[in-house]
Design a protein around this ligand. Structure first.
Ligand code: Z5A
Length: 214
């Protein structure tokens, strides 16, 4: 009996408004076209429990939440998500596209809130061991462009209410991580016309799919 191949784990990252949700939909169509079974999920969230944690994290009910509490809730949601959704899907051979994962924790809780990388690394090791995304798209554009896109939507959540300086630190941390992990993280210029952003993502995804089928 041969083991069926494991699925792949793809994550999509970036500051608010860079077009993660929009482009994830196109990525799903692309994989469908290639007859690759995939699921789309998100963090924080992705399970019933995780979605409840997401409400705590994004809502304004707990505006005075400490940075450490925020960090631990992100990993609590992630632990459930990995155990209940991500790991089982990959084991079954499905591909998983996840809207944000641990790079977001380094960017927001590390870069944004100032928590030391070594604390985040400890939780990362505990919660996901050696499991890492196989491919990450970092959609990158300047903070003003991202903010202008989402602020058209109305009421801002707890993160969206942060000042531009917070998102500058988040963006810098993302770019720093991309520089240190070039084989996993592909940076896409998300300030371009959407058609070009989609084309850039499709090209990288195509290379990745071809490589996995070698
Ligand atoms: N967070 C954290 O702190 N730590 C963690 O570990 C994790 C998360 C996992 C929830 O994330 C918050 O959790 C997040 C970080 C924190 N807070 N923030 N900020 P989220 O992913 O749910 O929230 P978000 O980043 O605010 O997502 P978003 O606002 O939905 O943005 P998006 O998905 O990147 O964008 P979009 O909805 O696809 O596009 C926004 C608009 O721009 C839409 O009208 C599009 O049509 C338009 N758009 C998209 N691309 C283009 C281009 N290229 N040109 C023109 N217009 C475009």
């Amino acid at each position: 009996m041969t083991n069926s191949p494991k699925g792949k784990f793809i994550t999509v990252e970036g500051i608010e408004g860079v077009g993660k949700s929009t482009n994830i939909e196109s990525m799903r169509y692309f994989l469908d076209d290639k007859n690759i079974e995939c699921i789309v999920t998100r963090e924080p969230g992705g399970t019933d429990l995780g979605e409840d944690i997401r409400e705590l994290l994004l809502g304004h009910k707990h505006g005075a939440m400490s940075s450490d509490c925020e960090l631990l809730l992100m990993f609590a949601s992630r632990a459930q998500h990995l155990a209940q959704v991500i790991a089982p899907a990959i084991e079954k051979g499905q591909w998983v596209i996840c809207d944000r994962f641990t790079d977001a924790t380094y960017a927001y809780q590390g870069g944004g809130r100032g928590i030391a990388d070594k604390h985040i690394a400890l939780l990362e090791k505990w919660v996901h061991g050696d499991r890492q995304p196989d491919l990450t798209f970092l959609l990158d554009t300047d903070v003003a462009t991202g903010m202008a896109r989402v602020h058209k939507r109305g009421a801002a959540d707890r993160f969206e209410s942060e000042a531009a300086a917070f998102f500058e630190r988040v963006r810098n941390k993302y770019l720093e991580r991309a520089t240190s992990k070039p084989s996993r993280i592909t940076v896409v210029d998300a300030g371009q016309a959407l058609s070009q952003v989609k084309a850039d993502i499709r090209q990288r995804l195509n290379e990745f799919v071809a490589h996995t089928q070698l």
